[in-house]
Design a protein around this ligand. Structure first.
Ligand code: NI
Ligand code: MN
Length: 221
């Protein structure tokens, strides 16, 4: 049974039975999410920016689990004392809960001190046949048509807040290009520069054959 929780911002937990993976774990944004009690076995990071790295290192150390990220970011996490797995873009990586492939994102990636964080990524997960695409931070890109052709994702987690990423119009187009059945918006409302018109997004998505599921982190169970 695959279960997806929106923690807030770009942070998600995807659970498969008694295993779970955290993506971009800015868990400090939601004190209702009790990560200590969750059966988390892995953390995946799309890029190094603080709003995505979140509490990854703390969680990884405390739970003795592995952070998987592109080489430069993994190396940083390792230097901070976490167990890591370095990856590049474009190849399936196997995990206890399923598999994932890191794919392109058009975005920058730097650590807090300005060091290069490696290339930014999006992540496609295959959890018992459920294919979930976490776009990370990115603009709309033609890569999304290729992702549809190669991986046929069913669910897309897309940033809609603009300024640093796609806005609602481009995210609706991304949902179409990815060919997903369901789109879940993320990366909006968290700070002033990324406010989004959810109603407009819902309406734009409704033009395609895609369901828009707006998840409220405050209702997390
Ligand atoms: Ni970013
Ligand atoms: Mn971000």
């Amino acid at each position: 049974m695959v279960d997806l929780k929106y923690i807030g911002h770009s942070a998600f937990e995807i659970k498969n039975g008694d295993k779970a993976v955290l993506i971009d774990p800015l868990v400090s944004i939601n004190n209702k999410f009790k990560w200590k009690k969750e059966p988390i076995t892995d953390i995946l990071l799309t890029h190094a920016h603080g709003d995505h790295l979140g509490e990854a290192i703390k969680i990884a150390k405390e739970k003795d689990i592995t952070i998987t990220a592109v080489v430069e970011l993994a190396t940083y996490c390792q230097s901070e004392g976490a167990k890591t797995k370095s990856v590049g873009l474009g190849s399936w990586i196997n995990f206890s809960w399923g598999r994932a492939v890191f794919l392109p994102a058009f975005h920058s990636s730097s650590l807090m001190d300005g060091r290069y964080g490696g290339c930014a990524a999006s992540i496609l997960l295959d959890v018992d046949g459920v294919r979930i695409y976490h776009a990370g931070d990115t603009c709309l890109t033609g890569e999304m048509k290729t992702i549809k052709e190669l991986y046929a994702p069913q669910i897309a987690l897309l940033p809609i807040g603009g300024t640093y990423t796609m806005d609602v119009e481009h995210a609706a187009m991304a949902a179409k290009w990815l060919g997903v059945r369901t789109v879940i918006p993320m990366h909006y409302g968290t700070f002033p520069e990324i406010q989004a018109d959810l109603e407009k997004f819902r309406n734009l998505v409704a033009f395609g054959n895609t369901a828009c599921q707006i998840l409220n982190p405050a209702e997390i169970k």
